[in-house]
Design a protein around this ligand. Sequence first.
Ligand code: ADP
Ligand code: MG
Length: 284
Amino acid sequence: MAEEKTCQCGSQCEEESIKDESEIKLQKTVSDIKRKILVLSGKGGVGKSTVSANIAVGLAQKGYQVGLLDVDIHGPNIPNMLGLQGLIPLITDIGLFPIKAYENLQVISIGFFLEGKDTPVIWRGPLKHNMIKQFLTEVRWGKLDYLVVDSPPGTGDEVISVVQLLNKVDGAVIVATPQEVALADVRRSIRFCLEASVPVLGIVENMSGFVCPRCGDVIEIFKTGGAEKLAQEYNVPFLGKIPLDPRVVQGGDEGKPVLLYYPDSEPAKAFAKVVDQIAEALKI
Ligand SMILES: Nc1ncnc2c1ncn2[C@@H]1O[C@H](COP(=O)(O)OP(=O)(O)O)[C@@H](O)[C@H]1O
Ligand SMILES: [Mg+2]
């Protein structure tokens, strides 16, 4: 059809029609997702993947249909954190099928397509953009209430691609640790959201205090309260403090999200409150 409409140059038009087709597919996939949530941080190692996994698990637990997309091409940790390493999504003529992690929760990650877990990915911007586009175009999520996107640190190529391709991101969750250095990076994440017209759902202060299992005293290893102050300064919601807890590390390493496996722990209770606020802010 596109050939008839445009011009006489056959090959170029074929390319155009393929492009049109993938645009249509992308629009269809994106329009089947009710709410899109981006999890961001200025730095690596602050708990973005942990927060993404627990938010996704928490929303699924509430009965929503949830997709978790891991676009951290250089450090895809989501398969491990949900105990899905080694699994390969089904690829068929009609698309790529995400891995079902739990009832209501489907997952897709570049990690599923790497040969070994130590394989480095050396891709530049355009390739990364194409890969993310392919994920969004080809993955058959079906109808989703929420898509949670776990991103690499900072606001580089992957994050920009996601924001562009998803058309509209409904909200960003910014993860920070309480110390000053990390907070300078959070300012950059907030500014990015403002410039990219992504509403900030709020800031989560992770690794906020450690409750001594012996005496019960709280030790402020990275200080505390910085993210809350920053949230006030920028007039964005503060979603809560997640304490440092060995069960979070253990859960991450063993593919057992703390929210599901240690529901009575302090971090699980804090995550549950974060999830409640997100579900409330982005009601279906
Ligand atoms: N609240 C916490 N308490 C203890 N360990 C945590 C906590 N949050 C994250 N971690 C651990 O810190 C490491 C980095 O977390 P991760 O979620 O991979 O960070 P990011 O995605 O920002 O790089 C992981 O080993 C994770 O289990
Ligand atoms: Mg990560």
